[in-house]
Design a protein around this ligand. Structure first.
Ligand code: Q9C
Ligand code: ZN
Length: 321
């Protein structure tokens, strides 16, 4: 092992059924993404739990975020064998329904670990991803909004203030919309802009009771490590610290990597390690060491595993600044 993980401060959570959602050939959000990540993290010695929370727990948590009529519409569409749900980006296969539940279940197990005694860092290695999923709409490869379901679940488990930072290259429209009128869940995002899904302009800062509890830092195509570092130092980290969350959640997409086939940014592998160091330090400083990172995008099959490994390595070497 190249670094000391004896403290086991990071634990990886997954669920085998996450692999059962199979899009047609050519879709970038494919099972091999997660196969590659898990085989690399296993080889690198990270502690792994392959069991999620009970289905009833996941069902109650999803019902607290998504419209029950949407969940039923998804179930029926999957059962009928419909080709897709709501969007051409959301093809359905035989295992899609179970995979979406598996992703939620593993994310919730990871969330509960993050807030266990003493605080811990959890990584939910799951698919399908979640941050584009709206209350009643599938979008952008996402069916259930895993990170939003975890945020709401933690609110019901004693966390009074939850912060979500989304560093996927795409804006997390679903997560923002689910919480934009609330003061108890802060949502911050860095993302390529203008870009899919079109939301996330700097002027979107929350509404009603949630005014000021949404922070968007849109960045132009081509943004690399230096400009991202400035956005972290000047905007994202101070805002997250000022919110004083009881737990820090991350929508961890790796599609801002410079070689990603979908994204147009220029972040290096060392960039992700640096983000890990800074976000681990932030969780220690303001959130009692409680951190949950949930996999979102990242589509370069050859490099996604090492990007995730570098990010997790960064979490374990916190670098305050
Ligand atoms: N149909 C995530 O990274 N591209 N989702 C749509 C127009 C959708 C990305 C192009 C990209 C979704 C989780
Ligand atoms: Zn993305």
């Amino acid at each position: 092992m190249s670094h000391d993980r004896s403290a086991q401060r990071v634990r990886v959570f997954t669920e085998p059924h996450c692999l059962d959602h199979r899009a047609p050939r050519g879709y970038p959000e494919c099972p091999d993404r997660l196969v590659g990540v898990m085989s690399h993290l296993t080889a690198r010695g990270w502690p792994i739990t392959e069991v999620g929370v009970a289905r009833e727990v996941a069902e109650a948590a999803v019902a607290a975020v998504h419209d029950p009529a949407y969940v039923e519409r998804f179930r029926r569409a999957a059962e009928r064998g419909d080709a897709l749900l709501d969007s051409a980006d959301n093809p359905l296969s035989e295992g899609t329904w179970e995979a979406a539940w598996a992703a939620v279940s593993a994310t919730l197990a990871a969330a509960e670990h993050a807030v266990s005694d003493g605080g811990a860092y959890s990584f939910a290695a799951v698919r399908p991803p979640g941050h584009h999923a709206e209350k009643a709409l599938a979008m952008g490869f996402c069916f259930f909004n895993n990170v939003a379901v975890a945020a709401q679940h933690l609110r019901g488990q004693g966390a009074e203030r939850v912060a979500i930072f989304d560093f996927d290259v795409h804006h997390g429209n679903g997560t923002q919309h689910l919480f934009e009128e609330r003061a108890d869940v802060f949502y911050a995002s860095t993302h390529q802009f203008p870009f899919y899904p079109g939301t996330g302009a700097a002027g979107e800062t929350g509404r009603g009771q949630g005014a000021g509890a949404t922070l968007n830092v849109p960045l132009p195509a081509g943004t690399g490590d230096e400009e991202y570092a400035a956005a972290f130092a000047e905007r994202i980290l101070p805002a997250l610290a000022a919110f004083r969350p009881d737990v820090l959640l991350l929508s961890a997409g790796f599609d801002a990597w410079r070689g990603d086939p979908l994204g147009g940014m220029a972040v290096s592998e060392e960039g992700f390690a640096s983000w890990g160091r800074q976000l681990g330090a932030l969780a220690d400083q303001v959130a009692q060491g409680r951190l949950l990172a949930v996999l979102e995008g990242g589509y370069d099959l050859a490099n996604l595993p090492s990007l995730v490994d570098s990010f997790l390595g960064g979490l374990l070497s916190p670098d305050p600044n």
